[in-house]
Design a protein around this ligand. Structure first.
Ligand code: NAI
Ligand code: MG
Length: 359
């Protein structure tokens, strides 16, 4: 038949990851019923902390090969109060980003209608905060290099080696310039810390300078990461596309999420722009131990991530519909507690599904 089929691996993971993934699948099914012409084939994998507690491992042995057979991966969150965070992160989410060379992590932030931004500067949509933060996603400070010696002794040593490669920086910054080029303002800000970090981040500056020559229509500037925090709060309207290292963008994107209303609405796409491997879509937030199992989690971050996944799969109409339904529900004041609302996870999800049905 002429129905386009997309194979989606679903990994709900832990905590509220399970709740918001259920919400995302529900709205994806609603939009698929409405738009027609394509079919999402979901395969769910119950990998996470429960499996770790049973077997000592977050995943079965051949898990990365299993995932390779899918077009995309939808992920909830990982983390458990009883498991050290570096174990859970390095057994589940970080290996996927590296193994599948998902070298760009795309994190948009917008202040939508219906959301009261927490600062005097960021005003509602049409206003001053509409960013795409791009995070280098495979190397830098999270390359995984380092070690510990003389463990437990007074002179114990730990190293955490940041690794920057010319190839890694260049492929990432090309994506950043291309992203800026497609936006109306054609504005890119490259964040580094090349005053203090004089090798890796000076290389970033040099590569940015070189790559920029291929994109003469993009207006770009550089800023040090500490000054960037101030600019994000005080002059949000001067920013559009932002590119930063793995660690810097991890931190700055949480700030961006807070400035746009809540971490509960922030989506992310972990992309392999070459499309050799599946890309992964997930909310920015984690397992949120303080609210898990209470139907309090904001599903918007996961729903927005699902919309981005549809766009990546080429289902533009469905992606727009999902995004617009999500925006409309916020504008109608259908909001969870993190946004000052009173609605539960399942109520927001149902409202978005109903809006889709009515479109
Ligand atoms: P977190 O993002 O889980 O929670 C931070 C705060 O934001 C909490 O107060 C939480 O209630 C709130 N929050 C987060 N998402 C929300 C949502 N959808 N709706 C309403 N409120 C929301 O970060 P935290 O507490 O630092 O980490 C908890 C666990 O999650 C840790 O094990 C951490 O390692 C893990 N984690 C996993 C990530 C991933 O899987 N990609 C990302 C970040 C953290
Ligand atoms: Mg983070």
């Amino acid at each position: 038949s002429s129905v386009r089929t997309h194979k989606v691996a679903v990994i709900p993971g832990d905590g509220i990851g399970i709740e918001v993934t259920a919400a995302a699948i529900e709205v994806l099914k609603a939009v698929q019923d409405k738009v027609k012409g394509f079919e999402l084939v979901f395969t769910e994998y119950n990998w996470g902390s429960a499996l770790y507690k049973q077997t000592g491992s977050y995943t079965p042995k051949d898990w990365l090969d299993t995932l390779k057979g899918h077009d995309t991966i939808f992920f909830g969150a990982v983390g458990d109060p009883d498991v050290p965070d570096h174990i859970s992160l390095w057994q589940l989410i970080l290996p996927m980003r590296q193994h599948f060379q998902q070298y760009v992590n795309v994190r948009p932030s917008v202040v939508f209608k219906g959301i009261d931004p927490p600062t005097r500067c960021a005003t509602a949509e049409g206003g001053e905060l509409d960013w795409i933060m791009l995070r280098e996603n495979t190397e830098g400070e999270y390359a995984g290099q380092g070690g510990r010696s003389h463990v437990g002794h007074e002179h114990e040593i730990a190293t955490e080696v940041a690794v920057f490669t010319r190839i890694g920086i260049e492929r990432f910054l090309r994506f950043a310039f291309e992203t800026a080029q497609k936006r109306p303002r054609k504005l890119l800000t490259v964040v580094t810390k090349s005053n203090a970090q004089r090798y890796g981040l000076v290389l970033w500056d040099e590569v940015a300078q070189l790559v920029s020559k291929d994109y003469p229509d993009v207006k770009w500037d550089r800023i040090l990461v500490d000054a960037m925090t101030v600019r994000m709060v005080a002059k949000p309207q001067t920013l559009d596309v932002i590119a930063a290292t793995n660690l810097h963008a991890d931190i700055l994107s949480d700030l961006a999420a807070a400035l746009s209303g809540s971490i509960g609405i922030a989506p992310s796409s972990n992309l392999d722009p070459t499309r050799k491997s599946p890309s992964l879509f997930e909310p920015v937030h984690g397992a949120a131990f303080d609210i898990m199992g209470k139907n309090l989690a904001n599903p918007v971050a996961a729903v927005w991530s699902a919309s981005e996944m549809l766009r990546w799969l080429g289902e533009e109409t469905a992606a727009d519909m999902l995004f617009n339904a999500m925006k409309a529900s916020l504008a109608q004041g259908i909001k969870t507690a993190d946004l000052g609302g009173t609605h539960k996870t399942t109520e927001v999800t149902k409202a978005i599904c109903d809006l889709i049905k009515g479109m």
